[in-house]
Design a protein around this ligand. Structure first.
Ligand code: SF4
Ligand code: SF4
Ligand code: FES
Length: 531
C-alpha cells in the first residue's frame, strides 16, 4: 500500500482498513508511545522485530505484520498490563459505554485473570482537580494524553506524573487547579473513566444519548459539535472532529453553554399580556402591519440567527416594506480570545450578514428610531442589551408596536407588545458562516412540545402568507437554503444536503485568523485513528 511520506504505521494500517488497536495515541497530540498496545512485527535484515506502530514511520518497501501470533500476543500482553491494577469499576463508572479500555478488552483481551498478588490501590476517588473536572486516580492508566493536551494546546501544564514504577500517578502541581479555558477536553480524550466532567457525571448513561451533528454558536469560530440528548433534554455538547477547524477540541465556554439553550425560555405566543395561538398572533400582527405605511415598519435582524432566518426577514422587507429599514447590529460585549479557538466576537453568523448584504450598522436607521419614525419594529433573535433595562427602554421607547421573535426571556421581550417564541439552534436546522468564511450546517436535535414554537424563518413565512405576499411557500429550512443558494452568488450550486459535514469555505474575506496559532501541526492525520 501507498501512504503519504511521514505517515506512521498505525495510521497507515487504519487508513487501509487494517485493524490495529491503540490507546495512548491521539492524532492531534504528540506521540508518547507508552501503552504498547499497537505492537506490530516489522521484517528486517535480522528477521521480524516487534515494535510500536504509532511511533514508527513507514518506509519504502517495509513489510509489516499486525496479526502474527507474536504481534497478537504482544498486543494482548500490553492490554493485560494496563488492566493489572485497574479497578473492576465498569458498572459504576461514568465512562462505561465509551471507554477505550473496556472496548479493547472486549475486542482483544478476554483473557483469564492471572494476577496472584493483591491489586495496588493508587487511591484518590473523586478528587476535585478543577472547576469542571473530577479525577478518579485508581482508574488512570498513565497514557499521558491529558498531560500532552495541557502542555501542547492551552500550554498551561497543570498536570504531571509523580513517583516511580507501579507507584506512578497523575496529579496536578501543588497549588494548581485544572482551570484553563479548554479543561473539558481532557475528559474527552482520557481513554478511561479517570477524568470525568462534573456537569455530566451520573446524569445519563451514554448509550441512551442520541447525537445530532451541530455547530457551536458561542462565538464566530463555529466549532463542530454534537448535541447529545435524550427525551427532549440536552445533556452535553461534545466536540465533533473537523481536521480543518477545531480538530477534536472545543472551549469550556461553548461546551458548558448547553443549559443556556433550555432555560429561561419564552414558552408561548403573547399579545399584550394575553397568551394566544400562533395563528391568532400572526393575524393580529398582520392586521397592525397592514395599517401602516411601509416606511413605518422596521426590523432588527441578527448575527445570532441562521442564514435562513435572516434571508427570509430580508426577503419580506424587500417585497413588502423597505429593505433599508433593516439592520443587524453587533451589540454583544466582546469576549476573550486566544491562540487556539476562542474569538472575541460572540456571534456565530456575522459573516452570514455580510453575505446577505444586511448592514450591521446604519446611522440613518437609529436616527429614525430615535425620532419615532418607526411605528412597528420586528426584532429577531436579538438580545442586544442582556438584562440592561435602561438601554432597552431608551432604544425601543418610541416604538408603538414592538414585535419580538425570541427563544429566551430578555428585557426586549418584557417590553414587547407581541412576543413569538422562537427555537434555539438545538431545536432547528440551519446554516451559519463562521469567521473564516466556512459555511456550516447544524441539524435539529430536539422537537419542542408546543407546536406554536416554530423556526423564526418559518414563522415569518406564515406572516408573509397572512399578509398575502407571494414567494414564501417554504415548508422547511433545506428548501429555504436551496432557494437562497439560487439568489446569492457565493452559494450558487450548493444545496442544504450537499454541504459537507465539516462545512465548505466560501469566497468571502475572513474576519478572523485561522485557529491554533503557534501550535505545531501533528504529522499523522489521515483520519482513521480513533480520537
Ligand atoms: S488521567 Fe486519563 S488521560 Fe490522563 S494519564 Fe490517566 S488515563 Fe491518561
Ligand atoms: S471557540 Fe467559540 S465556537 Fe468554539 S466551542 Fe468555544 S465558543 Fe463555541
Ligand atoms: S504505544 Fe502506540 S498507541 Fe500507545
Amino acid at each position: 500500500m501507498e501512504v503519504p511520506d511521514g505517515t506512521n504505521v498505525l495510521e497507515a494500517a487504519l487508513s487501509n482498513d487494517v485493524p490495529l488497536e491503540h490507546f495512548c495515541y491521539h492524532r492531534y497530540l504528540p506521540v508518547a508511545g507508552n501503552c504498547r498496545t499497537c505492537m506490530v512485527e516489522i521484517e528486517g535484515p535480522k528477521g521480524a522485530m516487534l515494535t510500536i506502530g504509532c511511533n514508527t514511520k513507514v518506509a519504502e518497501g517495509m513489510v509489516i505484520h499486525t496479526d502474527t501470533p507474536k504481534a497478537k500476543a504482544a498486543q494482548k500482553n500490553a492490554l493485560e498490563m494496563l488492566l493489572l491494577d485497574h479497578p473492576l469499576d465498569c458498572p459504576i463508572c461514568d465512562k462505561a459505554g465509551e471507554c477505550k479500555l473496556q472496548n479493547q478488552y472486549m475486542e482483544y483481551g478476554l483473557y483469564d485473570f492471572r494476577r496472584g498478588v493483591p491489586r495496588y490501590f493508587k487511591g484518590g476517588k473523586d478528587e476535585d482537580i478543577g472547576e469542571h473536572v473530577i479525577l478518579d486516580q485508581e482508574r488512570c492508566v498513565l497514557c499521558t494524553r491529558c498531560i500532552r493536551f495541557v502542555d501542547e494546546l492551552p500550554k498551561t501544564s497543570e498536570l504531571g506524573i509523580v513517583n516511580r514504577g507501579h507507584e506512578s500517578k497523575i496529579t496536578i502541581f501543588p497549588g494548581a487547579r485544572l482551570d484553563n479555558a479548554y479543561s473539558g477536553n481532557v475528559t474527552d480524550i482520557c481513554p478511561v473513566g479517570a477524568l470525568t466532567l462534573k456537569e455530566f457525571r451520573f446524569k445519563q448513561r451514554v448509550w441512551f444519548l442520541k447525537k445530532t451533528e451541530s455547530v457551536c454558536p458561542g462565538c464566530a469560530r463555529g466549532c463542530n459539535i454534537t448535541v447529545e440528548h435524550n427525551r427532549g433534554r440536552v445533556y452535553r455538547f461534545m466536540p465533533r472532529e473537523s481536521a480543518e477547524l477545531n480538530k477534536t477540541w472545543i472551549c469550556d465556554e461553548g461546551r458548558f453553554s448547553f443549559n443556556y439553550y433550555q432555560e429561561n425560555r419564552v414558552e408561548e405566543v403573547r399579545v399584550g399580556s394575553s397568551p394566544k395561538t400562533l395563528k391568532e398572533g400572526m393575524e393580529q400582527l398582520a392586521g397592525i402591519l397592514s395599517g401602516l405605511d411601509k416606511e413605518e415598519v422596521a426590523a432588527i435582524a441578527s448575527p445570532w440567527a441562521s442564514l435562513e432566518d435572516n434571508f427570509i426577514l430580508k426577503k419580506l422587507f424587500e417585497k413588502k416594506f423597505n429593505v433599508k429599514n433593516l439592520v443587524a447590529p453587533l451589540w454583544a460585549k466582546k469576549g476573550d480570545t486566544d491562540h487556539l479557538l476562542k474569538l472575541a466576537e460572540k456571534y456565530p453568523n456575522e459573516q452570514g450578514l455580510n453575505l446577505l448584504g444586511i448592514p450591521t450598522d446604519s446611522k440613518d436607521f437609529w436616527d429614525k428610531m430615535e425620532k419615532g419614525a418607526f411605528k412597528a419594529v420586528i426584532v429577531m433573535s436579538q438580545n442586544p442589551f442582556g438584562q440592561d433595562e435602561g438601554r432597552a427602554r431608551k432604544t425601543y421607547g418610541k416604538v408603538k408596536t414592538l414585535v419580538v421573535l425570541s427563544a429566551h426571556k430578555t428585557k426586549t421581550v418584557e417590553q414587547a407588545s407581541l412576543v413569538f417564541p422562537a427555537r434555539p439552534f438545538t431545536e432547528k436546522s440551519g446554516t451559519f458562516v463562521n469567521a473564516t468564511s466556512r459555511l456550516q450546517r447544524f441539524r435539529q436535535a430536539i422537537e419542542p412540545e408546543n407546536p406554536d414554537i416554530v423556526e423564526s424563518s418559518l414563522g415569518l413565512c406564515r406572516l408573509a402568507k397572512v399578509l398575502m405576499v407571494e414567494g414564501f411557500e417554504f415548508e422547511d429550512t433545506p428548501s429555504i437554503f436551496n432557494a437562497m443558494a439560487k439568489e446569492v452568488e457565493v452559494l450558487k450550486g450548493l444545496t442544504f444536503h450537499s454541504i459537507p459535514p465539516t462545512g465548505k469555505v466560501l469566497d468571502l474575506n475572513p474576519i478572523a485568523p485561522e485557529p491554533f496559532q503557534g501550535v505545531k501541526a501533528q504529522p499523522n492525520v489521515l483520519g482513521k485513528a480513533k480520537a
